[in-house]
Design a binder for this molecule. Structure first.
Ligand code: R5P
Length: 296
């Protein structure tokens, strides 16, 4: 065990945090957290941090503002408490989708998140399948985007699917589909999807793919409301697919996401533990540990 490396995580990331600590054979400590009656967060590190390379594991899924501010508090305090380096492991990076000014006057939240991490002297950000990898180029701190796709592919491979066909719901997810398809040794394609920037409505064009009687995997980085996957599933069903699996890295599953995907024809949802839940069949811990090893 390296005595200069410490991993801290709060309750909601305990499963993933412990796995990373075991993978790195590093000391793990809890980041004690409480909520004051007025809603403000209280945080406390349960060990001495002086001279440590401190890894803080905190995924910023909803409630993302709360988790983000707690992450910033913790990173800031860690340096005050004498940590030599701070590494923020943020498996789900909140606000990553607002990485551009799509309409005049819009706030580019993703850039502000980068500046906030820099302001609290974060040395390195490690995230998983960030919405657009290019968006991290604007960050003035070290960044690593780890891919969960090989791990998802390994799980899909173990499912014994019948001649699986991999589909990305839009061009943005096409590289993920390509990666998984190449590991499974099968075909892939992507839909043409357009989202109305005002109403959020999506329109998806039919695809021409030989899916009849085969198992289909619709693969995306994020499932939020499930609308994108449900729409893709409806089209895939019309093409005669047998089972239709939805697979993603980050399953936010907001509101009745699950119900609408099932209505669309999805038979099973598979995700990772960047957002821990009932669909998290795959842990990203090995990929994060491998990446951290190169930076310690
Ligand atoms: C957008 O481009 C993302 O890759 C996902 O497709 C999107 O965030 C999914 O959102 P929803 O589940 O609400 O359709």
């Amino acid at each position: 065990m390296d005595p200069t490396v410490t991993i801290a995580f709060s309750q909601e990331c305990a499963g993933l945090g412990e796995k990373i600590a075991i993978g790195l054979q590093a000391r793990s400590i809890t980041l004690e957290s409480r909520i004051f009656p007025d809603g403000e967060s209280y945080l406390r590190f349960g060990a001495d941090l002086s001279g440590q390379d401190l890894i803080i594991v905190k995924s910023c899924f909803p409630q993302q503002d709360k988790r983000l501010i707690e992450l910033l508090f913790a990173l800031d305090a860690a340096k005050e408490l004498g940590a030599r380096r701070t590494i923020a492991v943020v498996p789900y990076l909140a606000y990553a989708r607002q990485d551009r000014r799509f309409r005049p006057g819009e706030v580019v939240s993703n850039s502000t998140v980068g500046r906030l991490l820099e302001a609290v002297r974060t040395d390195l950000l490690v995230t998983v399948d960030v919405h657009q990898r290019e968006s991290l180029k604007n960050y003035r701190i070290g960044t690593v985007d780890v891919s969960a796709m090989p791990l998802l592919a390994e799980y899909l491979n173990s499912m014994g699917l019948d001649r699986p066909y991999i589909l990305a719901p839009d061009k943005g997810a096409s590289a993920h589909a390509q990666c998984v398809a190449s590991i499974l040794g099968t075909e892939y394609t992507h839909f043409e999807k357009r989202r109305d920037r005002v109403t959020g409505q999506i329109v998806m064009r039919e695809v021409d793919a030989d899916i009849e009687g085969r198992d289909a995997v619709i693969l995306d980085d994020i499932i939020s409301t499930g609308a994108t996957i449900a729409e893709a599933a409806r089209i895939v069903k019309k093409l005669g697919a047998r089972k239709i699996i939805a697979a993603c890295t980050h399953a936010l599953l907001i509101g009745d996401a699950m119900e609408s995907m099932v209505k669309g024809g999805i038979t099973e949802v598979i995700s990772t533990d960047t957002v821990a839940g009932s669909t998290s069949k795959v842990s990203v811990a090995p990929a994060i540990s491998d990446s951290l090893r190169q930076h310690l």
